[in-house]
Design a protein around this ligand. Sequence first.
Ligand code: FNR
Length: 359
Amino acid sequence: MDQIVNVDEFQELAKQALPKMYYDFYNGGAEDQHTLNENVQAFRRIMFRPRVLVDVSKIDMSTKILGYPISAPIMIAPTGNHKLAHPEGETATAKAAAACNTIMIVSYMSSCTFEEIASSCNAVRFLQIYVYKRRDITAQVVKRAEKAGFKAIVLTVDVPRLGRREADIKNKMISPQLKNFEGLFSTEVRPSKGSGVQAFASRAFDASFSWKDIEWLRSITELPILVKGILTREDALKAVEAGVDGIIVSNHGGRQLDYSPATITVLEEVVQVVRGRIPVLLDGGVRRGTDVFKALALGAQAVLIGRPIIYGLAAKGEDGVKKVIDMLKNEFEITMALSGCPTIDDITRNHVRTENERL
Ligand code: FNR
């Protein structure tokens, strides 16, 4: 483990550890995978404007999200089916979240039950949901997560249909039975052709869900609601008007609409219209502590990490996830020090230069 020094190296180990079908499922994006690649590349086009001769002998990375303290602005994004990566599934990821003192957003498509995840650790957990055509099932699952101590609902809004992920189509990716829906309806699809995940999504997901239905979600839960999958100022404003408690700028890790912009390139337009009324988080392509810093400088309160968590889990289980988060935290801490920012509040827009800005 000491030999692993960055996220890319975990990706390589995950590739060796996983059957091709699962590695492709975790790693892949939609169609040309342009957005998938741009998410990473766009971060690389942002440079720093570091400040020197600031007292950085102590660095404090801690922050709060919806009032919950976390050790650094790095959270775990919702990703489905962790048992395909490791036999302990989401319970291993949750234990790592607790050890690193961060928040885990548990996927609606998780392979362990909410109760199993809750009893395995005391990490703060949010529940990500999709809305099913059978709304009664979604309502029951939200209630169950509330009882299991989940602290917020993250409504993912970029999947009225599943994106075309060509590797899953070729591999005839099987969609496994999801534990949290047992006894409610069958989630398993074993297709004779194409992607089982896609087949399941078109059978189950409600493509008619729209802004007015946020009221329905409000009516079934007292928990704060964040919307995940916002990429424009127009939709950011609609989200604020709908009274949600937070926005996650996301293109689903390039798995949905290919040629959606890299998230880091649209963060500022969202932040500008939200005007601090609710927190704005970002995910997509965060692979380095420097990326975390760039997202904060452009106005995010925190970032979520998707694939790197799965790489850590597949390669080394709970310890692998811990190591991924610790590496990112370590990189972020050094970036803060070398940029002259001892606390999160010290990170400002002036600490970065985007590709559109002249020197
Ligand atoms: C996801 N993502 C996702 N999002 C969501 O809201 N619900 C889900 O069940 C899933 N499942 C899922 C599975 C896998 C394998 C991946 C890679 C992604 C999207 C995820 O939350 C996040 O938006 C992206 O993964 C962020 O991009 P990076 O960090 O993977 O580049």
